[in-house]
Design a protein around this ligand. Sequence first.
Ligand code: ZN
Length: 465
Amino acid sequence: MSDTVTSMATEQTVSVRTVDERVRGYDAAVCGAELHRWIRELYPICRSITGDGLRTTLRWIQQHVPLQIREVASGTPVFDWTVPDEWNIADAYIKNGAGERVVDFRRCNLHVVSYSVPVHRKMTRAELAEHVFTLPEHPDWIPYRATYCQPTWGFCLSQRQWDALPEGTYEVCIQSRLEPGCLSYGELYLPGRQGEEVLISTHACHPSMCNDNLSGVVVSTMLARAMARVERRYGYRFLFVPGTFGSITWLARNEDRVGRIRHGLVLACLGDAGPMRYKRSRRGRAEIDRVAEAILAEGGRSAQIRDFEPFGDDERQYCSPGFNLPVGTLSRSPYGTFPECHSSADDPDFVRPEALADSLLTCLRIIQFLERNEVWINTQPKCEPQLGRRGLFEPAWAADAARVRMAIQWVLNLSDGQHDLLDIRERSGLDAHLLFEAVDALRAVGLLAEPPVSISHPALTSGCE
Ligand code: ZN
């Protein structure tokens, strides 16, 4: 079954040359199944903000796109931070008096607090309790914890597991190494016709959890694969980074490059059953904010738009005041809004193929709009051009002829060199694909032309909104 899905998905994308074709030919069932299969492949790996689990994940992405893996040495200063020591773990357990593993890292990597320093000694249950974390309100779930800043150690157990351990002496062992090494991140740049870039960033540092954060990893990977195969107006830079540390490190190493970032999206939590949500960039009305809002409002979907706030994901770094990049955040249920978050309940069953497929299509449609958001000139601006003799008054070729004609009239009226397609979308309320159909039809009969280079419009000027 999975081989069939792979070959179909590959075949489907090989002949596609434009983002338009990619959106039109999108097969949600095929893509959703493949995205979910990818999550199941990546699920067992013990990732952290550094170390071999992260590298293994980045190498897995390299099987699908030509990702560059960058390594930055521990101790490197990055703005107010320092690249941390590298953490790796071989094994961990708690054994009872009979020598049985009552807690076993090999069964679930969430059992060990990420970045735990090594420990191997015997202790009483009361001593062990100082280092045990549970979720009493969800007694069957194992919590996810990390200790990046404190050199300590800990175990995460379900409440039921902990309650079942009698008084006695336990052998506690964490075979980890915390020592100078590297922070790894993945970077893929796909050049476009213009020098400006679209930044797509996702964190890739969580151990076995799916919505946060494997959903972002697999959707970004398939999006990168799709974008690698089509013509591009913009360059696309995909980053797979350890959360916070990775985006800070990338910004510190690429400060001279960020001026090229015209639009950006942080992708996270894209596989649960919740509606799509978009969190605006700090600028609030950047082109990416307006495009994402327009796309999420289409098709009668119950999508939600939120203003920027300095909490959440790596947008905290991209939208920090010293950068203030036009980077929004696309998710379904974001971090902290679903009870399964940062626990063993965020497993492969929690994420759904249809939600993953819908998230990827939403990304593609946002990118399609960014690529197509241009200013056009009506070549017959004095009164309405005669549409009937050009076959445009009743565009029988269109699936929705009445609305395509409305789109044709909106595009003709506002294509005065002062309005881009996004302006027309907001003024008309018509779905973007209708405007694209109208533009294609009008260009084909010579009623739209590219503006002379002397026309300056906010959409055409670089960098700042
Ligand atoms: Zn998280």
